[in-house]
Design a protein around this ligand. Structure first.
Ligand SMILES: Nc1ncnc2c1ncn2[C@@H]1O[C@H](COP(=O)(O)OP(=O)(O)O)[C@@H](O)[C@H]1O
Ligand SMILES: [Mg+2]
Length: 482
């Protein structure tokens, strides 16, 4: 699973440890790794060139221009293409605009989407030829983890040998020789457990785990507080991908388990609100947008009961007005988070944020408030291509302290061969962050018509069970959120 520490590279003391992990690829694997490293660096050079030429390195803009080329000309799998662009963008930021240079064998920073440890013996690395399971041997520990981004594992090629440098979450003194800084199979103690915003360690999911650098909260974020319950942002810039449907049905499955759920409809088109609260107009001053413009009034009195266990803060066009009125005020994107932090503690067990089909004010606010980003997607090729944008945007919000975990939910899966065949490709590209799919199910629409989630209408349908399984997975993902 993806469990990234919050925030960007560690900014505190330089005493974190890195694990030096030797790779033991066979000859064929070695050639694949080398071609992959060279392709990534050639691609990074092209991206850096483009950023220099444009005088800007916004990852989203770069991605729009270059993603296709990186896929087609360098043969990069989707996640590596995304990784190439985001690493160049952040190198640019760090170098304050001086174009970074990438030698053919420059170490390449894999993250937990592109590399995952399989126990203590193997690492699965995304390559030009798909995922390769490569043998590993922990060679030792050293200081030097400071400045490494959470979840980062640098692939190095030196003297004909491959190694990974993996940032650990504890000081060198403790990791050194103690054998606790393991590269898989379990969480590594956070260095700074008692921060108000705890640094998150990777939790093991099966044997899937990645060591990460613990990230202490910045003073600003600690003051801002965090939502009173685990918060899940349901996002995808594609309309019709199933955001609102997933939100309603996930809420239903969570409520079935006895949890109190709050849904906040952040889509100005308010389709979720129209489904769940059909007849209730929102009086002036009680709209979500007005509370974002005047956050002092809080959010609590906006929530209305929808079905047992679930309340909804209705959406309407005021949220778009708020987005326009506050544009230019970057900090305003943190207001939603502040409002969710101001709710009564213990009132809700989970908060779900439904968002519009874009990556604007609402979606960014949602990602900055959330612990987990849930991305429902259909699995046709254009849908999968569009995912890359969303992932980049999420990654950027992580750097600002936003949702650090990610779950892709293949949605509306037809039984035909095409959709089934696409699934392995999605797993190939994104690995363990792909959840079990939600099938296309007639009961979904029947339930919609009744303003209900499937689990309350057709309890025994396969699609109802799929939402139950999703609820289970989501709870696992946020189980350590305080
Ligand atoms: N698993 C599913 N089975 C059947 N229909 C679905 C499923 N998921 C979504 N839909 C339908 O697809 C349409 C778009 O879904 P919606 O949730 O409104 O997308 P979004 O909120 O991303 O725009 C809706 O008509 C919805 O009923
Ligand atoms: Mg919607």
């Amino acid at each position: 699973m993806v469990g990234r520490a919050r925030g960007g590279p560690a900014r505190d003391g330089g005493d974190r440890a890195v694990a030096l992990i030797e790779l033991t690829p066979g000859p064929e694997q070695g050639r694949t790794l080398l071609r992959t490293l060279e392709a990534c660096n050639a691609a990074r050079t092209v991206v850096a060139e483009e950023a220099r030429a444009r005088g800007a390195a916004g990852a989203v803009a770069l991605q729009r221009r270059l993603y296709r080329a990186l896929r087609d000309e360098y043969g990069l799998p989707a996640q590596l293409a995304v990784r190439v662009i985001s690493t160049v963008a952040s190198d640019f930021r760090r170098a304050r605009g001086a174009p970074p240079r990438y030698a053919p064998h420059e170490p390449f920073p894999f993250d937990e989407r592109t590399a995952s440890f399989k126990g203590l013996e193997e690492v699965s690395l995304l390559t030009l030829d798909g995922r390769a399971r490569v043998g590993i041997r922990v060679a030792g520990y050293a200081p030097g983890g400071a400045g490494r981004a959470p979840g980062q594992a640098d692939l190095r090629y030196e003297g004909g040998r491959f190694s990974l440098i993996v940032a650990l979450s504890q000081p060198a003194a403790r990791a050194d020789g103690a054998g606790t800084g393991r590269a898989g199979g379990g969480a590594i103690p956070a260095a700074n457990d008692n921060d108000e915003e705890r640094a998150r360690d990777t939790r093991a999911e099966g044997s899937e785990a990645m060591t990460v650098v613990a990230q202490p909260a910045t003073a600003g974020r600690a003051r801002l507080g965090r939502p009173v319950a685990p918060t899940i942002a349901v996002v995808n810039r594609k309309g019709g991908s199933g955001k609102s449907t997933t939100t309603i049905n996930l809420a239903g499955a969570l409520a079935e388990r006895g949890l109190a759920v709050l849904i906040v409809d952040l889509d100005g088109q308010a389709s979720l609100t129209r489904l769940l609260l059909p007849e209730e107009p929102v009086p002036e001053g009680y709209a979500i947008g007005s509370r974002l413009q005047h956050p002092g009034k809080g959010l609590a009195d906006l929530a209305r009961p929808a079905f047992p266990g679930v309340h909804v803060v209705p959406g309407d066009t005021t949220i778009d007005q708020a987005g326009r009125a506050l544009s230019g005020n970057a900090a305003a994107m943190l207001r939603l988070r502040g409002l969710l932090a101001g709710l009564e503690p213990g009132r809700y067990d989970a908060i779900l944020l439904d968002t519009p089909p874009d990556l604007g004010f609402s979606t960014t606010s949602a990602l900055l408030s959330a612990d987990l980003a849930l991305i429902p997607t259909m699995v046709a090729q254009p849908d999968l291509d569009a995912l890359a944008d969303v992932l980049l945007h999420q990654e950027e919000q992580v750097l600002a302290g936003g949702a650090s975990r990610l779950l892709i939910v293949p949605n509306n899966l037809r039984h035909d061969g095409h959709d089934r065949r696409q699934l392995p490709a999605l797993r190939e590209a994104y690995g363990a962050i792909v959840a079990e799919p939600i099938p296309m199910g007639a009961p979904v629409k029947d339930a919609h018509a009744l303003g209900q989630p499937v689990v309350r209408v057709v309890r025994r349908a396969p699609v109802a069970d799929a939402y139950r399984a999703l609820a289970c997975r989501v709870l696992e993902e946020v189980s350590d959120v305080g």
